[in-house]
Design a protein around this ligand. Structure first.
Ligand code: SF4
Length: 337
């Protein structure tokens, strides 16, 4: 296979010094989010469209091709790799991918819906993937079934507690949608009283097929106001590339945060790149452009110059929620957040 010819001639160099992946705005890109698979065992309404437009199998990366591309990004300065999906744990060769990446000098993390965590927890721990974000948008079983169009609520709750008991760093991602779950903000924060997790409330974002509407989005300011009706809370210091604004109720074991990409974006410090399951690269979650790295790889070409060009084309920030909502983009399930 052509890609393999390139891989064999460019075996992972490890400490090869390369120019960092820097864009025209001075941002260094060293955090790669990889969508391992487009499929999922849930059907969340804000993520998976009614009729998803799946990529034909032959246009998806093979395991080798995916690992070849990830290795190339690591050689080019990526130090953090997040595995996403769809649902990464439904990928049959997930363990092969994890084993390969565990041998690389990168910080591994994963975003999952939590349903299959108990089956993989030993392997995740043994391979040092200890940072897990679990998507859970409600604490009400009936509402879980309504949002995800599947069952599994109790399993997710049990697996979140299992991860905490096993010493994983756990964050819970909650997409907040008006008239869907904004009435649970306080219950989620209360959950951090005894549980050392970080609840992250995410402003609802427009993606293909999720019927986004500005009225359905609950902005950061309103979330803080609602939580403030019940709790006093302190602002914590955020990391240099953090997407989350962190807060904590004094005396609580956990924290909560808000990801306000729609009303108070954080593009200025963005260090993120996305690789999709079909080998396409996105320099921004909301970029309408995607660049195919798989075909050049299959033609035996080194993807480096293409990767650098895509980074150079990155805009200073996203186009603003109203413009984003009008733009062609993919469904969330095929990007992986
Ligand atoms: S919207 Fe794009 S540029 Fe802004 S933080 Fe997200 S990925 Fe980065």
């Amino acid at each position: 296979m052509m890609g393999m010819k390139w891989l064999l001639s460019h075996r992972y160099q490890g400490d090869e010094m390369n120019e960092p992946l820097i864009d025209k705005h001075g941002r260094i890109h060293n955090y790669l989010r990889v969508s391992l698979i487009e499929k999922c065992n849930l059907r969340c309404r804000y993520c998976m469209p009614e009729n998803p437009d799946w990529t034909p199998k032959e246009e998806l990366c093979t395991t080798d091709e995916l690992l070849t591309l990830i290795d190339r990004f690591i050689e080019l300065g990526v130090v953090k790799v997040r595995l996403t999906g769809g649902e990464p744990l439904v990928r049959k060769d997930f363990n092969t991918i994890l084993e390969h990446l565990a041998g690389r000098d990168v910080e591994l993390s994963m975003t999952t819906n939590g349903i299959l965590i108990d089956r993989h927890i030993r392997n995740l721990k043994d391979h040092g993937l200890l940072k897990i974000n679990v998507s859970l948008d409600t604490l009400i079983p009936e509402r879980f079934a309504m949002i995800t169009r599947r069952t599994g609520f109790e399993k997710v709750i049990k697996n979140i507690k299992l991860l905490v008991d096993e010493g994983f760093e756990v964050k819970v991602n909650v997409v907040v949608m008006r008239n869907m779950n904004e009435d649970e903000l306080i219950d989620f924060v209360r959950w951090t009283k005894d549980l050392p997790i970080i609840i992250r409330f995410i402003e609802f974002m427009p993606f293909d097929g999720n019927r986004w509407d500005d009225d359905k989005m609950v902005p950061l300011a309103e979330m803080k106001e609602r939580i403030g009706e019940e709790f006093d809370f302190d602002k914590l210091t955020d990391g240099p590339h953090d997407t989350t604004k962190h807060y904590q109720v004094p005396g609580f074991a956990g924290q909560f945060g808000i990801i306000s990409s729609m009303t108070e974006h954080f593009c200025g410090s963005c260090n993120r790149i996305r690789l999709l399951a079909n080998g396409a690269m996105k320099n921004c979650l909301f970029s309408t452009d995607e660049t195919d790295l798989l075909t050049p790889l299959r033609n035996g070409e080194d993807p480096e110059p293409i990767i650098r060009q895509v980074i150079l084309e990155k805009k200073p920030s996203h186009a603003g929620r109203f413009n984003i909502a009008k733009q062609e983009n993919r469904s969330m399930v095929t990007i992986g957040g």
